[in-house]
Write a protein that binds this ligand. Structure first.
Ligand SMILES: Nc1ncnc2c1ncn2[C@@H]1O[C@H](COP(=O)(O)OP(=O)(O)OP(=O)(O)O)[C@@H](O)[C@H]1O
Ligand SMILES: [Mg+2]
Length: 218
């Protein structure tokens, strides 16, 4: 599904983060990206999500290069294919949980019919992750674990092929981290969701089918 071929990536003042780095991620698989701070985990997530580009090399999604995309094509690729979850939930404080979850739908024009379908899908997902009771609450009054599960539902509302999670349990206590990690694994099995997660947590990494470890190059 994702093929990264011999990419090189440097930042000004940092030097090379990746040199001739290659990685293939199969559809429906789960991958944990581990490694020390500064080793390039977020950079790798950003490259796969078309938020950043390598200096050299190739990145293919379903055999098609994502490096030739214009800004609009990148946005459309992300909207159609990628769901993002970050360390902080990044929910909008002035919108309720359900409004936050529905937000990615408004990147495109949708019919009332599709909207109604998506409301049902959001309800189903919220039940699935156990947050149906907080649907009409604002982010400030829900727990960190609930907010992070809401951001997981938001990431999935457009039925992405890939979930990119950058330190998704980094702000959670052990119990909520465990709940979120287990849900990710279950959703991989239930929906065939491909999951790539950057994490410092050995517990989360152990839940994924495969682990790669990045080293700091410089
Ligand atoms: N936009 C940027 N400009 C300059 N340097 C950058 C930029 N983004 C990342 N870097 C550098 O690239 C290296 C890799 O950063 P990255 O954020 O990918 O690491 P990470 O593995 O995600 O670290 P952490 O575990 O702390 O999140 C770091 O040395 C970082 O300072
Ligand atoms: Mg990072």
């Amino acid at each position: 599904m994702i093929e990264i071929k011999k990419i090189t990536k440097s930042f000004h003042g940092r030097g090379a983060v990746f040199t001739d780095f290659s990685l293939t991620v199969d559809a429906n698989s789960m991958l944990a990206v581990t490694g020390p701070s500064g080793s390039g985990k977020t950079t790798l997530i950003n490259i796969i999500g078309s938020l950043d580009k390598p200096d050299k090399g190739e990145v293919l999604f379903n055999r098609r290069s994502i490096l030739t995309f214009t800004a609009d094509e990148s946005a459309s690729y992300r909207n159609r294919n990628i769901g993002f979850v970050f360390q902080e939930h990044l929910l909008m404080p002035h919108l309720t949980i359900i409004e936050n979850i529905m937000l990615p739908l408004f990147a495109n024009k949708i019919t009332d019919e599709v909207y109604a379908e998506k409301v049902k899908y959001a309800d189903r997902l919220m039940k699935r992750v156990g947050i149906e009771r907080i649907s009409d609450k604002y982010p400030a009054v829900v727990s960190g674990g609930e907010a992070q599960r809401a951001s997981l539902v938001r990431a999935l509302i457009n039925k992405p092929a890939i979930l990119l999670a950058d330190e998704p349990t980094g702000s959670l206590d052990a119990k909520n981290a465990d709940i979120l990690g287990n849900l990710m694994v279950e959703l991989n099995k239930e929906m065939g969701l491909t999951i790539i997660t950057a994490t410092h947590s050995p517990a989360l990494a152990d839940k994924m089918g495969r682990k790669i470890h990045l080293d700091r190059e410089a």
